[in-house]
Design a protein around this ligand. Structure first.
Ligand code: HH2
Length: 268
């Protein structure tokens, strides 16, 4: 899953793809590099971010979705939003996945929209909201707490009519988590996979990778991103949300071939 941030303020690529032509070209290139999904967002969720009004968010993403879904790229289109007022036109324009970092908490009506449209959805864990989530995050046990949250949100989605097989789950790396919380979630990701739904993982360029590697800035976090994605693959994740598609796709292809070989040998 390649990230297309049509925003002025995203944490690692804010402003680079605010222009629709640049965003479409970026999406087209990532699809060529192997992204099966393009995740298009018009609102930053970085720690401390202020909400973006619905009409502004729509103004940013809709022209990009129309062109990428309309044949500019050979990939499925995901709309990264928490608002049904943005998701509805995006789905009408050809998006087939709704990626909601609030897991239907901010706009519960989004669940019914997803149900009616037959789209897939990704429900992600976040502690509270972006504005305050990094202020002293605490858990009893981060993996058990995140797992319980995702199970509850899956049940809510199904109550609202979303088919179980349409739901993907994401532990929300960096969303109200310390470095230790992020590492623990990755180390025990198999416990989230055990819920039984596809697991999405989004570590790409995030600050904990910079801290663990001795203070790397956003542009220097590709090796750390790859390390976490290979570990997540081994623990059962199936969707990898990244900014640097070519490098991650190569690493995951090699890792996947190696894991398959191990499985085969074990079976003989
Ligand atoms: N992370 C970000 C945004 N959306 N969606 C899912 N499912 N999982 C994630 O980990 C995730 C996400 C944050 O990254 P980015 O879009 O690059 O930054 P910003 O929110 O500043 O635009």
């Amino acid at each position: 899953m390649g990230v297309v941030n049509v925003t002025p303020d995203s944490f690692s690529d804010g402003g680079l793809f605010l222009d629709a032509d640049a965003a479409v070209e970026h999406g087209r290139r990532m699809a060529g590099e192997g992204a099966a999904i393009l995740d298009i967002g018009g609102e930053s969720t970085r720690p401390g971010a202020e909400p973006v009004a619905e009409d502004e968010e729509l103004r940013r993403v809709l022209p990009v979705i129309e062109r990428l879904a309309g044949g500019a790229a050979d990939a499925r289109i995901s709309i990264d939003t928490t608002k049904s007022g943005v998701a509805r036109p995006a789905l009408d324009a050809g998006a087939t996945i709704v990626n909601d970092v609030s897991a239907f908490r901010f706009d519960p009506a989004l669940a019914g929209l997803v149900a009616d449209s037959g789209a897939d959805c990704c429900l992600m864990h976040m502690l509270g909201e972006p504005r305050t989530m990094q202020e002293d995050p605490r858990y009893d046990d981060v993996v058990s707490d995140v797992k319980a949250f995702l199970e509850e949100r899956l049940a809510f989605a199904m109550d609202e009519g979303v088919a179980e097989e349409r739901v993907w789950l994401d532990p929300g790396i960096g969303f109200g988590k310390t470095v230790e919380h992020n590492v623990e979630l990755l180390r025990r990701l198999d416990e989230i996979v055990a819920i039984g739904r596809p697991v999405v993982i989004g570590t790409s360029r995030k600050s904990f990778l910079g801290k663990l590697a001795g203070g790397r800035d956003e542009t220097q976090r590709v090796p750390g991103t790859i390390a976490t994605n290979v570990l997540a693959l081994e623990r059962g994740a199936t969707v990898f949300r990244v900014h640097d598609v070519a490098q991650n796709a190569d690493a995951l292809a090699v890792a996947a071939a190696t894991f398959r070989l191990n499985v085969g040998e074990g079976a003989r």
